[in-house]
Structure formats: structure tokens, C-alpha cells
Ligand binder design. Structure first.
Ligand SMILES: [Zn+2]
Length: 289
């Protein structure tokens, strides 16, 4: 997700209508990420945790308050405007926010666009519209003026799924966790183990992802050969990690040890808390080699 959006979620300063301009795959991935982040049960620094019930429902497209509306045939017609009216008139079922993602914003007929103006202007409390369009040329100025426009270029290929490769779905969560861990305070750390405990079945894969990630950092920094790492799409991120190769390998080891411990019926939350604290220490002792 774009830092700009992450910051908005973190400070609870979202607007009620966004227009995302750019390639469909990127804008759609970001819209879904935003829907997850605003509804996440335990967000990390404005980003979705990816493991809570809400995040998983959105991921599998069965969250009752998050809807993706595609154009009918070749254009976005007034019928879909009516469908929208209906959707926004319902109470939110379980989400904090109702998020309506409209793809094909540039295929909108004038009548459909006009029928939406009122909704864009005065949406009900707790509703966020996200219009997606390849480019803004075809969008009515009256629609444009009611949305916060965010442009996505090829340079923001943050979501690796755009590269066409089937990615481990846990990578995003691992990256988010590793990126935010150094700044977390103790209360935030405790919240992670709390969330993980409720979603235990996902934890082995997350831990596996962490081991691979830290190993990759070590390998990237030591050998500097892209072919040698697992997460090639994140090469720059791996190379610029503040961890030294030695610290990265030791962090991988810590995670592997915790994996073993967890198989032996230890106190789940305690084991995770200790692990996260230990990893955090590696980030805080950057200079040490
Ligand atoms: Zn979540």
C-alpha cells in the first residue's frame, strides 16, 4: 500500500471518495489493501495485519461490507449506480467501514456518473468509495472534483502479484511485520501475539516466511546475487535492510528455534512475545557486528 494511504489510515484521516488512476492490477490491489487496512481488527501502523478474520474475509472476497463492482459489459451503466444506492443504504454488517470499489471508472456513462454525484458528495457515515480507472481523461470533471486522486505508476509495483508470478501470500504480511517491528512499542508487540493466537493455523506459514525472509537478507548482503535469494521481487528491500548479514542469519535462527518450541506445547503467546522482542533487539543494535 502507498505510504500516503497508510498514513491516512493510521491517523484516521481517510476521505470518503478516492479515484485511483493506473494499471488495473495495481489500483485494484491497492484498493483491496485499503479496504483491509480500514477494517482490520489489529492493524499494524496503518496497514492490515493480513491474518485477522476481517482481513481474510476481504482476501477471499466474502466480507459483507466490501464490494467490488465491475462494469456491465463495456460500460459502467446506470443500473450499477442503482446497485450502489442499494448497497450504501444498508447498515454496515460487521466492518468498521463499508468500502465500495468501482472498477472501470473511465467506462462510466454520463448518466451513471451523474447518478453517483450525490453519493460521492454526501456518502453515509462509514462509507468509502474507491473508483479505479486506467486514466483520468474520460472521467467527468464533476466526479473528479469530488474524489481524492491518487496516481499509480509502474514505479509503485509494491504488490508482487503484479509481476505475474504466483507469490507466497504470506510475503506481504512478513514484509509488513519486519518493516514495522523496529518501531513498535511493547503494547503493539503484545497485540501481535494476541492476534496470532486467535489465528493459530496461519502462524506456521508466517514463521516459515520470516525464516526465509531473514535468510534472504543475509544472503543478499553477503553474496549480492539476486539468483540466490527466494524473494527476488523484494531484492532492493532485502539489500537495504538495516540488519547485517550476521544479525539476519541469527534472526532466522531465532525464528527457527521458536518454531521448534511451538511444536512442544509451550505457552504460545509467551513464545511469540519473546521471539518478537529478540528480533527487535537485532534492529536496535544496528552498529553491532
Ligand atoms: Zn487484519
Amino acid at each position: 500500500m502507498l505510504p500516503q494511504l497508510q498514513q491516512a489510515v493510521k491517523s484516521n484521516l481517510m476521505v470518503h471518495a478516492y479515484l485511483f488512476l493506473g494499471p488495473r492490477k495495481i489500483t485494484l490491489a491497492n484498493a483491496v489493501d485499503l479496504a483491509k487496512a480500514v477494517n482490520c481488527l489489529s492493524p499494524i501502523e496503518g496497514r492490515a495485519c493480513g491474518v485477522c478474520l476481517s482481513c481474510r474475509k476481504i482476501e477471499h472476497d466474502n466480507h459483507p461490507d466490501v464490494t467490488i463492482i465491475e462494469p456491465l459489459g463495456t460500460s459502467f451503466k446506470i443500473e450499477q449506480g442503482r446497485e450502489l444506492h442499494k448497497l450504501i443504504s444498508y447498515q454496515n454488517y460487521e466492518g468498521k467501514y463499508k468500502v465500495l470499489i468501482l472498477t472501470g471508472g473511465d467506462l462510466m456513462t454520463h448518466s451513471a456518473a451523474n447518478s453517483m454525484l450525490k453519493m460521492l458528495e454526501e456518502p453515509p457515515e462509514g462509507t468509502i468509495f474507491i473508483l479505479l480507472a486506467e486514466n483520468g481523461d474520460e472521467i467527468l470533471p464533476t466526479v473528479l472534483s469530488r474524489c481524492q486522486v491518487i496516481k499509480f505508476g509502474e514505479e509503485v509495483l509494491e504488490d508482487p502479484s503484479v509481476e505475474g508470478e504466483k507469490q507466497d501470500e504470506y510475503v506481504n504480511q512478513v514484509v509488513t511485520l519486519v518493516q514495522s517491528l523496529p518501531q513498535m512499542d511493547y503494547a503493539q508487540l503484545l497485540k501481535i501475539s494476541e492476534t496470532w493466537e486467535k489465528n493459530k493455523e496461519y502462524v506456521p506459514r508466517l514463521l516459515e516466511g520470516l525464516v526465509t525472509w531473514f535468510r534472504d537478507i543475509g544472503v543478499a548482503k553477503l553474496i549480492e546475487e539476486k539468483g540466490m535469494v527466494h524473494h527476488k521481487d523484494y531484492w532492493d528491500l532485502l539489500l537495504t535492510s538495516p540488519l547485517s548479514p550476521d544479525q539476519a542469519f541469527r534472526a532466522a535462527q531465532e525464528v527457527a528455534q521458536s518454531q521448534q518450541l511451538l511444536r512442544q506445547n509451550v505457552n504460545f503467546r509467551l513464545a511469540i512475545d519473546v521471539l518478537l522482542l529478540r528480533i527487535q533487539v537485532y534492529f536496535q543494535s544496528e552498529a553491532e557486528e
